[in-house]
Design a protein around this ligand. Sequence first.
Ligand code: PEP
Ligand code: MN
Length: 371
Amino acid sequence: MDECNILNTLKKNNIVLENRFVRPIIISGPCSAESREQMINTAMELSQMGIGVFRAGIWKPRSRPGSYTGSGSIGLKWLKEVKQKTGMLTAVEVAKPSHVYEAISNDVDILWIGARTTVNPFVIQELAETLKGSEVHVLIKNPINPDLELWIGAVERFLKAGIRNIGVIHRGFSLYKRKKYRNEPLWQIPLDFKSRFPEIPIFCDPSHICGNPNLMLEIAQKSLDLNFDGLMIESHINPPKALSDAKQQITPAELENLLLKLKLRNQDTQFSNSLSTLRKMIDKKDKELMKILNERMKIVEEIGKLKKENNILILQNDRWEKILSNMMTLGRNKGMNNEFVESVFKLIHQESIYVQSLLMNEEECSKIEIN
Ligand code: PEP
Ligand code: MN
């Protein structure tokens, strides 16, 4: 795959903001296209700040009927005008082949696939076939549910159709009960994606992860620290009056403020010497940890044999609770995170029970989860 093709194309169009923002690439614009005035005014401000890519939802897949579904095709004319007036690249969400035809014939540069579309392999296949051999850039949002394989499957369908200019967007995952975030970031999923497809650029969408502006800086910073390639952030000329996602949109001025607060860390290693010394120390500790875990497991097996000979229950709850509370006290005294210590020991205990169950039953048995 042509390495970072999308990045190179976007970079050329990404004007430098106070000499800092060649990378990450910033994509911004309203959740939905509402009016010509809203689109042009938002884009003019973003462009003056140096944002190179303008987004707008023309056709919005809404969870519930009756919500604003975007301007429809007329928004493509407004987008074209944005492009002519500002020179920005334009991006829209597509969910059906007719969206793809219309967007491409209106010179849209980037098509993104929304989270509610990525979940459906039939629709993705149809979109990929519609785009076969096209040079257009496609950004694929993660599916709403935390399913890495489904996300990867969507990417593979586009790759198989010969679409080379692919990127992905991490927009968080929907859970039944909303907690701190509108969509849980579950960072391990985009990180696993990155290690499976290191050459595919990955963007973060703090707007849909957070659902409000307060947490966005924290999420944007974290994504940059994890070496994401860019950000997609919703902006609106007058957020309280927005017809969709009003709570999470920010003004272009607020966006500029946020971008200026972001810290860009060096990718190359000025500190490579001390870094490699520290990494060697970590490798040594990891080996010691493995040795100790292995020794501990051997003792667990000995205990298992004894329990079997004496026909004693595997789970001795008092003993387990004592171990856990002792370790948590020890951890606390050493300034370690309680949840971390708890999870580590729960995992160890779970594995110990599994090993003893195998021994006592002398047959395959599934792992018992202790919560
Ligand atoms: C959007 O980008 O406006 C949108 C609808 O996002 P998502 O598909 O991530 O919900
Ligand atoms: Mn939105």
